[in-house]
Design a protein around this ligand. Structure first.
Ligand code: ADP
Length: 532
């Protein structure tokens, strides 16, 4: 646009200048021609007249004074010459101010041209004076077309003095001067200046001098000023548009695109949120990316969970086959031994071993069945109202053997509070306690296991506290997941990773909660609360 404006400006300047130049040339040409014409008409009047024809022969001085001299004064030219057909001067009258015109200065070959054309117009540059000559052949009155042979020749001469030059200057509104030659090296013209050279030729059409017209183009200067101002305004406008466009593009397009790229690269939802302040489209894209990243995260988490679950299931199956096979092997082995004759004491020992192993097996099978029931949502809770004391008494009796057994160094202590009544599934409540107490004993080599409760609003909150190996902080939540076993390498007697999952399943069914607090190497406390 700017380039177009510049081209247009130059083109307009050229056109404007051309118009001014042509106008000036035309008016100069017209004016010079009209000046010549005025004089030519007078000359013409005198040169087809019988009296002038006679004068060439008679040279009558009186006639010359009355006619020729008179026209010299009234038509304001500076010399008059009359020649006969032999080109001999018969009359000359010269203005006193220009005595140099006393002698006809032009070579005689001008007569040939004059003879041929009947009229001649020629400039002559003498010293520093420019003289205009008009020549005409002389004919009788009845030959205004000048077809007859000339009877003589008449010339008018006019000096182009300061007065005439000033007249030119005034008429053309220019500065005018006369120079002999156009300077070979012309001074460089200013854009809003106009100079034209008008040649002033002799009878052979050779330039004798030049009229120089100089004009300062004011309209052009105004145009030039205005167009420069217009272009500057346009440049500023374009620059402002470019700055605004690049600022807008950077702020509203480039930056959000960079954020989109970065958030996709870094999978960062926080980064995507930076798109919120942008336009509706970009904030929508931001929302889509956030959704996409969240779904991706969820899918990854679900995949991880599925893989973890798969791993746990495999570990569970491997562990379970071991857990089931070892009591079965014991049972089979000791049963084989019983077939043979044995002492009573050995029979008793083997039988109690077989019974113990069968109990283990039964427990495992029960766990599996319970777990399956919970998973299949088939477990039913049989509510009965029980008192805490008798319930604890029975539980205590189960573990009293433990306490008497000198091999098991960890003792189980029961703390009784208020002997309240609770509405629970007694069998399942016992199952929960056995699981928790067995675990506590399993992971406490030498210490105490404390079992107790307290009333918390409409709930009863039981606890089983041990002084065992504890559970790492990061595992506290996941131990309630099925198949989870944390302390695989710790000293322990088997386990299938179902105990706590079953406890949680039952407690959930009784509208309760289970949780644990623990410190590694200091012990754990399992709490569970159920509605009274
Ligand atoms: P398991 O039959 O393997 O004991 P559980 O579901 O009963 O299965 O327990 C899951 C895991 O929780 C255990 O393997 C053990 O790592 C951890 N755990 C449970 N109770 C305790 C406890 N009292 N002290 C330390 N770790 C425990």
């Amino acid at each position: 646009m700017l380039i177009l404006a510049l081209i247009m400006r130059n083109k307009q300047s050229e056109v404007l200048k051309d118009i001014s130049e042509n106008q000036l040339k035309r008016s100069v040409g017209l004016y010079i021609h009209s000046k010549e014409n005025n004089l030519r008409n007078t000359l013409n009047d005198y040169t087809y007249w019988d009296e002038t024809v006679d004068f060439v022969k008679t040279k009558d001085p009186e006639w010359a004074v009355a006619n020729l001299e008179g026209s010299l004064n009234s038509f304001k030219f500076d010399a008059i010459y009359v020649f006969n057909t032999n080109y001999q001067e018969v009359y000359n009258k010269t203005n006193e101010q220009h005595p140099q015109l006393g002698k006809f200065p032009i070579k005689s070959d001008i007569f040939k041209i004059l003879y041929k054309n009947r009229y001649v117009h020629s400039f002559y540059y003498h010293d520093t004076t420019l003289i205009e000559f008009l020549g005409s052949t002389i004919h009788p009155t009845n030959d205004p077309e000048k077809v007859t042979d000339p009877a003589g020749f008449m010339f008018y001469a006019r000096v182009w003095d300061r007065e005439l030059i000033n007249e030119f200057a005034e008429v053309t509104s220019t500065q005018v001067k006369i120079i002999k030659n156009i300077p070979a090296k012309q001074p460089k013209e200013k854009v809003n200046d106009l100079t034209i050279y008008h040649p002033l030729n002799n009878y052979l059409d050779e330039p004798q001098a030049y009229l120089v017209f100089y004009k300062a183009l004011e309209g052009y200067a105004v145009f030039s000023k205005f167009s420069r101002f217009f272009i500057i305004v346009m440049v500023i406008f374009c620059v402002l548009i470019i700055i605004t466009l690049s600022y807008t593009a950077n702020k509203y397009i480039y930056k959000p695109l960079v954020i989109i790229g970065e958030s996709l690269k870094s999978n960062s939802i926080a980064k995507t949120e930076e798109l919120q302040p942008y336009t509706l489209e970009f904030s929508e894209i931001g929302n889509l990316i956030t959704q996409f990243l969240q779904q991706k995260k969820e899918l990854e988490a679900a995949k991880e969970k599925a893989e973890e679950s798969d791993r746990l299931k495999s570990a569970f199956l491997a562990n379970m086959s071991h857990e089931i096979r070892s009591p079965l092997n014991g049972i089979i082995g000791f049963s084989e031994l019983l077939k043979e004759r044995q002492s009573d004491e050995k029979v008793h020992r083997y039988a109690s071993y077989i019974s113990g192993r069968s109990q283990d097996l039964l427990r495992i099978i029960n766990d599996i069945l319970d777990f399956s029931r919970i998973e299949a949502q088939q477990m039913e809770i049989q509510y009965t109202t029980i008192k805490i004391y008798p319930f604890f008494n029975e539980l205590e009796a189960t573990y009293s053997l433990n306490n008497e057994n000198s091999e098991i160094k960890t003792k189980v202590i029961f703390r009784r509070g208020e002997n309240i009544s609770v509405n629970v599934d007694e069998f399942r409540l016992k199952q929960i306690f056995i699981n928790l107490i067995d675990n506590a004993l399993k992971f406490t080599e030498n210490g105490t296991v404390e079992v107790g409760y307290q009333v918390a609003g409409s709930n009863i909150e039981f606890y089983v506290k041990d002084s065992g190996i504890g559970i790492p902080e990061d595992k506290l939540k996941i131990i309630f997941d099925r198949f989870r076993q944390i302390n695989i390498s710790a000293s322990r007697q088997g386990g299938n990773g179902l105990g706590l999952a079953i406890c949680k399943g039952i407690i959930d069914l009784m509208d309760g909660k289970i949780w644990v607090t623990s410190k590694e190497n200091q012990g754990s406390t399992f709490y569970f609360s159920i509605p009274i």
